[in-house]
Unconditional design. Structure first.
Lengths: 119, 177
């Protein structure tokens, strides 16, 4: 996305959040206009690092494979599945739905992790 | 039978190093050849299992061995090229090579569940023996820091493969086939 477009999207999100906040009057939803963060999970030495990660809805999670062969990041309930991530490649996922997601590598099922998504 | 093959493999991996060297550890060029050979032997066995086995779990395991050990060998080859190290054969690498060829010859005579069991039994023993060699001989002997780091980096994969092979061995035992 072009930087200007990104700014426009951000502006739109802020306006939308403001509209929602005034509409709801109550405690509103301050996290709606919090910019999404990017979290990195490194796959190395047959492990996800960190193995347990908590993020906010809308955040980006990037799995980076630093091992010498492919891995996957696959939710046990199949909510997400990276497919094969090659050596030195990465896979990004934007988490939309709050919940707790246990995930593993389908190639090496003993490799496990857990992603918790807060509202 | 399992214990015997494990003992034989230990002799294959260790014996030559200990007997041939009489106290002297393998050099970096020799370690490079041992690593490449050890991976290639397992790739060859995995390819045979991919083509011969009819068991889904065995085929999945075999595919993983081929992919992972190919990845390790690619990195090992890139490293020795970068370090200008020419892998040098030794009694250990030759024993590994011979052991791999003997294993393939034995496996080719088997079919069905007998093949699956023999392949997986050998994978358990082989990964255990290679892991022992990595811990007791190769990592302590490696002089170049990057070569040592590569050995340390691949170790968890051997541990995971051993665990996977043991689980498969147990499930094949239960299935009674």
């Amino acid at each position: 996305m072009h930087p200007h477009q990104r700014e426009l999207v951000r502006l739109f999100e802020l306006l939308l959040a403001a509209a929602l906040a005034t509409g709801n009057a109550g405690p509103a939803t301050p996290q709606v206009n919090a910019p999404p963060k990017t979290h990195t999970i490194t796959i190395e030495n047959m492990r996800f690092n960190p193995e347990v990660l908590t993020v906010k809805r809308g955040d980006h999670v990037v799995w980076v494979n630093k091992d010498l062969f492919p891995h996957t990041a696959t939710a046990d309930a199949k909510n997400f599945d990276s497919g094969s991530i090659a050596t030195d490649a990465s896979w990004a996922y934007v988490v939309r739905k709050p919940g707790a997601y246990a995930f593993s590598c389908t190639f090496h099922p003993m490799m496990k992790g857990k992603l918790t998504v807060e509202p | 039978m399992k214990m015997m093959s494990l003992a034989c493999l230990n002799v294959l991996v260790f014996g030559a190093t200990v007997a041939g060297a009489e106290g002297s550890a393998p050099t970096d060029p020799q370690i490079a050849a041992i690593v490449v050979t050890a991976n290639q032997v397992d790739i060859n066995a995995g390819k045979l299992a991919q083509s011969k086995s009819h068991d889904k779990d065995v085929k999945t395991f075999a595919e993983r061995m081929v992919v992972d050990h190919t990845g390790v060998n690619k990195s090992a080859t890139e490293l020795v090229t970068k370090l200008h190290v020419t892998p040098q054969t030794s009694e250990t690498s030759q024993s590994l090579q011979k052991g791999g060829e003997d294993n393939l010859a034995a496996l080719k005579k088997l079919n069905g569940s007998a093949f699956d069991r023999a392949y997986v039994d050998h994978e358990v023993a082989y990964h255990q023996a290679v892991l022992d060699a990595v811990d007791n001989t190769l990592i302590p002997s490696a002089q170049n820091a990057e070569l040592k780091a590569l050995l340390v980096k691949v170790r968890p994969a051997f541990v995971a493969h051993l665990e996977h092979a043991k689980q498969l061995q147990a499930s094949l035992g239960k299935s009674g086939g």
